[in-house]
Design a protein around this ligand. Structure first.
Ligand SMILES: C[S@@+](CC[C@H](N)C(=O)[O-])C[C@H]1O[C@@H](n2cnc3c(N)ncnc32)[C@H](O)[C@@H]1O
Length: 220
């Protein structure tokens, strides 16, 4: 079996074999933010020293996606503390893609990003970030303009994903990939997905990777 396989079944099996999470109740791995995290939880939630709100297998899913669904830019909505952002920014740098991330409030200097080392991580110097409410006119229009220019991987991970998708997906070019986190059908947006003319991609791979991410391709 090859890492370069574009066969979803093969990739799914590979992911399952490589994932340490397979037989673990994933919920037990999540940080309960009210408690100080244990060391295992810290490692499970940080990447490059920054807090990441995704499972590690999710990173394999992004790798696979970027290899086989070529895009020209990545737009992330919901930077959080930047753990996933630093990964996506690096993917963009290496692959020669544009990258930008948005959050209503910048948390790149969050104290939890300093747990792993004495020195704070230097995310602000590395990441192309913008601070602004994505539903306010100036920020909203800036994102829409960006989406109209290039085939995009748009990753929606803010507080109101259905609204975010409704606001931005119509401005994505054909062939763009739209991803969202925390998908378990609770969005009630299945109808909207049809309306937005998006085709669901490799759900089985996302499930096998123990991630609640889902991806769609914009068909028109
Ligand atoms: C779940 S966190 C993002 C986690 C991050 N993607 C990761 O994987 O580590 C959601 C973020 O969305 C931001 N957010 C919520 N509503 C927003 C809005 N209307 N505009 C911009 N950002 C928003 C919050 O400030 C928060 O940092």
């Amino acid at each position: 079996m090859s890492l370069f396989s574009h066969n979803p079944t093969e990739f799914k099996t590979l992911l399952a074999e490589r994932s340490n999470y397979r037989d673990v109740d994933y919920k037990t791995w999540l940080i309960d933010l009210k408690k100080p995290p244990g060391m295992l939880e810290i490692y499970a939630q940080h990447l490059f020293g920054a807090v990441m709100g995704q499972t590690f297998p999710a990173l394999f899913v992004f790798e696979w996606l970027l290899n086989f669904y070529p895009v020209e830019q990545i737009v992330e909505i919901g930077t959080g503390c930047g753990g996933l952002t630093v990964y996506l920014q690096t993917q963009a740098n290496i692959r020669g893609l544009d990258f930008v991330t948005y959050d209503a409030r910048c948390r790149l200097d969050d104290k939890n990003n300093r747990i792993m080392a004495n020195k704070p991580v230097k995310l602000k110097e590395y990441i192309n970030y913008r601070t602004g409410n994505v539903f306010e006119k100036d920020t909203r229009d800036e994102i829409r303009e960006t989406l109209k220019k290039k085939v995009t991987l748009l990753y929606c991970d803010n507080g109101n994903k259905p609204k975010e998708m409704k606001t931005f997906v119509p401005y994505c070019l054909k062939g763009s990939i739209v991803g969202t986190h925390d998908w378990n059908g609770q969005f009630g947006i299945e109808g909207m997905i049809k309306e937005l003319k998006m085709e669901l991609l490799f759900e089985d791979i996302c499930k096998e990777g123990m991630t609640k991410m889902r991806f769609w391709r914009k068909e028109t």
